[in-house]
Design a protein around this ligand. Sequence first.
Ligand SMILES: Cc1cc2nc3c(=O)[nH]c(=O)nc-3n(C[C@H](O)[C@H](O)[C@H](O)COP(=O)(O)OP(=O)(O)OC[C@H]3O[C@@H](n4cnc5c(N)ncnc54)[C@H](O)[C@@H]3O)c2cc1C
Length: 449
Amino acid sequence: MISDALAELRATLGPAGCLEGPAMYEVSRLHDASGHRAEGQPLALLRPASVDEISAAMAICHRHGIPVVPQGGLSGLTGAANAGDGEIALSLARFSGVESIDAASGVMTVRAGTVLETAQGIAAEAGFLLPVDLGSRGSCQIGGIVSTNAGGVRVIRHGTTRDNVLGIEAVLPDGTVMSHLNKVTKDNTGYDLRHLVIGSEGTLAVVTRVVMRLRPLPAPPETALCALPDFDAVMALLNTARARLPLSAFEVMWRDHFDMSGGTGMFAETPPLCVLIEAEGPGLEAVLEEAFETGRVTDALIAQSTSEARQFWEVRESHKPTRDLNELLNLDVSLPVECMAPFVARCDAALKALDPAADSYFFGHVGDGNLHLMAALPGFGWADGEDALQALAYELVREYGGSISAEHGIGTVKRPFLHMSRSATEIATMRAIKAVFDPDGRMNPGKVL
Ligand SMILES: Cc1cc2nc3c(=O)[nH]c(=O)nc-3n(C[C@H](O)[C@H](O)[C@H](O)COP(=O)(O)OP(=O)(O)OC[C@H]3O[C@@H](n4cnc5c(N)ncnc54)[C@H](O)[C@@H]3O)c2cc1C
C-alpha cells in the first residue's frame, strides 16, 4: 500500500526528509530545465541527509514497488530528472559537502548533493582545480554531473566528468550500498562498474559519494575573444592553438548567437564567427598575432584582467536567446569538426524550408566537436517543433557520423531518437545491463531506454 510506504518514509526520514503535497513545491520545482514536465505530481519528495537514510529510503520504495527518480540540481536539459504520478522524487540536496581532500594524491571525496561551484571553490582554497566546469555550475550537483557525464567548457584540456572520477559509491535500487571510493589512478580489478553508473542518468543506482581527480591550480588563464571570417579559419586557429598552447577552452559562436548574447558592439562589425579562446599558460598573444597576419583572425580582444575575461565568458554563457525568445528549442550534438560548417549551413537551410519564420542560433564547445543549436519554429507548437527539429537535425548528424547527444544525455526528450546513434545490439545490451541493476525497472523509469 502506498500509504504504508509513505508512513514508513515519514518515520524514517522525518519531516525535513519526506515532503508531500504543496510542501514539495516550496523547496523544489521537481522538473528540470528542459521545459518538459512529467505527467501529474510525485507521491513525495524525499530529501535524505545521509547514505544510511538514502539506503533505507530505497529499501522502503523497493519493498513497496514504488519507482524512484533521483534529482540533483535540476539543471538537466532532457527531462531525465522529471518525476510524476506514482513516483517518488529523491533529492540529494541535503547530502552535500566535501568530505576530504587528499593533497598528496590530488583527489577530493565529495557528497553527491554538493553544488559543483561549491566543490570547485573548496578545491581552489586548497590550491587545486576541480576540472569539470559548466555554465550551470551554480546549480548542478556532483551526483548530477556524474549521472549525466557532463562535459562543459574545460573538456578540451581536462576531459569529461568520466575522465575525472576515480571512485564512486552508489545505492542500488534495493537499498544495498555499493561502495568503491577508489583513490588510485590504476585499478584493473574486473568490470569497471563506475563507468556503468557514470552517464546512466539515474537509471541504475543513486550516486551518493564520488572521488574526483584534482589538478594543480593553474595561474589565471589568458583569455581572448576573436573575430574570424569563416569556419576554415576556425579550424586553422584550433589546430595552431592545440599545438602551441595549454588550451583550456575553445568556444565558438556563430554571428546570430554572438549578437543575441550581448556581443553586439564588441567588435566594430559583428564577425561571421567569434571564438572565445582560453589558455592555462602563456603564448596566446603570439598565436593571435600570427593568425592576424595570415588573415585567419580579423580582430581580437585580449582580456587585461580577470573581470574582463569574465565579461567575455558572460557573452558565451549568457543564455540571453533562451530568455528573450519564447519557445526556443535546445539541441546538443557531436560532429567531426570538419563537418560542422556544412552541417550548420544545411541545418539552417532545412529549418528555414520547414518554417520560413524559423530562428536559429549555433554555438558550442567546438574544440571538442560539440555543437549546440537553439531554434524557434513559430509555425509549429513547442512539442511538434521539438520533434521536427530533432528529426531534421539528427538525420544530418547521422549522415556526418556524429552523436545525437554530446553531453546532455538522453532522458525522455532524446529517447525516441537513441537508435539514430546506437545500434539495436547496443540498445539490447543496455537493456540487459539495466535489468541486472534494476530487475523491477523502478529506477527512473522511462528515461534513456
Ligand atoms: C545554463 C546551463 C548550462 C549548461 N551547460 C552544460 C554544459 O556545458 N555541459 C553539460 O554537459 N551540461 C550542461 N548543462 C546541462 C546540465 O547542467 C547537466 O546535465 C548537469 O550535469 C545536470 O546536473 P544536475 O545536478 O542539475 O542534475 P539533474 O538535472 O537534477 O539530473 C540529471 C540526471 O541525473 C540524475 N541524477 C541526478 N543526481 C543523481 C544522483 N545523485 N544519483 C543518480 N542519478 C542522479 C537524474 O535522475 C537525471 O537523470 C547546462 C544546463 C544549463 C541550464
